[in-house]
Design a protein around this ligand. Structure first.
Ligand code: ACO
Length: 386
């Protein structure tokens, strides 16, 4: 046989699963997902309980594998606060990046810079990896906000050591101390974005880590993967869609037209959460409704609600975490291009936990590919080719 096409691939390789759907590609003690019930656990704890914890407590749980006691939590929080300052050789470079760069590209470059400036890079002990993980958790929001201020000619906002991780991040994004209700909801969204088993970006991070390279290289891979609109980039796509629709009464017709053009509706569908709604969406939706009513702007929530009805009837698809997360960020007045970077600054804890876990019990990740090209072509010297 020369070239394998279509059904021949399925016949020759019955175990083949495009997109690795349903394939168990590793083991982990970090996150449990049940696609029948929608149960979602971080290190054994239900995420519906963890949304009441601070982001830093959840980051500790993910990275260390257990909840901290009060002294451990105080020490960890203080280390995060102290680590917020960027290395002296990184900040000036961030200030020189093109102001029209997408902040996701800046974060990808920023993590590379953090790797370059780490003089301990040769130390591959677990302790050194944990230290780097904590520094990354602390520094990603600062990288993002420093660039955002530079790009928009805004005054530099220094981290406030008296504020917790999520509240300080929102303070640096908005340039003013946030209303406590906004800070609480922003913390919830960071907890929900912190981890989600072997999603595409975590898989990228683990593949990269499995070559025993450093944590910065693995996180750089993950950021590049998260950027795409089928993954983390969807929350920015949702905001653009909602602004385009602009009126709940127009949502249904908008979806019909987009589906007729065979377009994907951002914020809907999920590889794992198909039988039940994404449990993170169930949670964030309540906060989006509450925040809309608190602020006095319910339009974005109402459009999403109309979209949900239409997508359920038309495609049998549920919303994912990105739909109502975008609503929350819109209500907070955060610029759209920062939504996926906020996802990065949250998922960083999950990525680091996976990178460390991968390298603790490593085997190079190197699957196979089914060859579908030609096999019996004869090489003809260039001067004799037509
Ligand atoms: N809009 C329209 N149709 C959709 C959507 C959508 N959002 N999602 C899936 N479908 C349709 C597909 O067209 C396909 O239909 P068909 O069988 O008639 O061709 C069917 O549902 C199955 O889709 P797949 O692409 O095979 O599903 P997969 O598991 O590969 O994709 C994905 C999952 C990428 C998330 C998809 O649902 C999607 O594109 N969603 C929009 C982007 C998005 O919101 N991403 C965020 C993911 S969650 C996160 O990152 C936090």
């Amino acid at each position: 046989m020369d070239v394998l096409v279509g059904k021949e691939v399925d016949r020759e390789y019955p175990g083949y699963s495009p997109g690795l759907e349903g394939i168990m590609a590793g083991t982990t003690a970090i996150c449990y997902l049940n696609d029948d019930t929608g149960e979602l656990l971080y290190r054994g704890y239900s995420v519906s309980d963890l949304v009441n914890a601070s982001y830093e407590e959840v980051a500790y749980l993910l990275i260390y594998g257990r909840l901290p006691n009060s002294k451990e939590f105080a020490d960890f929080s203080s280390t995060l606060v102290k680590s917020r300052k960027l290395p002296d050789d990184v900040s000036p470079i961030i200030q020189q990046l093109p102001t029209n760069a997408h902040p996701m590209d800046v974060l990808r470059t920023g993590v590379s810079l953090l790797g370059l400036s780490d003089s301990t890079l040769q130390d591959s002990s677990k302790d050194a990896k944990m230290t780097r993980a904590i520094q990354l958790v602390a520094q990603m929001p600062v990288l993002l906000t420093e660039f955002n201020n530079h790009a928009h000619g805004l005054r530099s906002v220094k981290p406030d050591g008296s504020l917790g991780h999520a509240e300080n991040f929102l303070y640096m994004l908005l340039g003013r101390k946030p209303d406590p209700k906004l800070a609480k909801i922003f913390n919830v969204s960071m907890v929900l974005y912190a981890e989600h088993e072997l999603n595409a970006s975590t898989f990228s991070a683990r593949v990269t880590a499995s070559t025993l390279t450093d944590i910065y290289s693995a996180v750089t891979s993950a950021i590049g993967t998260l950027k795409g609109p089928l993954h983390g980039g969807a929350n920015e796509g949702v905001a653009k869609m909602l602004m385009d629709i602009d009126d709940p009464s127009k949502a249904e017709a908008w979806v019909s037209a987009a589906l007729a053009r065979k377009e994907r509706i951002m914020g809907f569908g999920h590889r794992i959460h198909r039988k039940t709604e994404d449990p993170r969406s169930v949670t964030i939706k309540k906060y989006a409704k509450d925040l809309g009513e608190y602020i006095g702007e319910t339009k974005w929530y109402d459009i999403c609600f109309a979209l949900e009805k239409k997508m359920s009837g038309e495609k049998n698809l549920y919303p994912n975490l990105d739909l109502y997360s975008a609503v929350i960020y819109m209500l907070m007045g955060i610029p759209i291009e920062l939504y996926t970077p906020i996802f990065v600054c949250s998922r960083i804890a999950g990525w680091c936990a996976h990178i460390i876990e991968q390298q603790e019990n490593n085997r190079l990740i190197r699957p196979r590919s089914i060859y579908t090209g030609a096999r019996s072509l004869k090489y003809i010297p260039m001067e004799k080719r037509k």
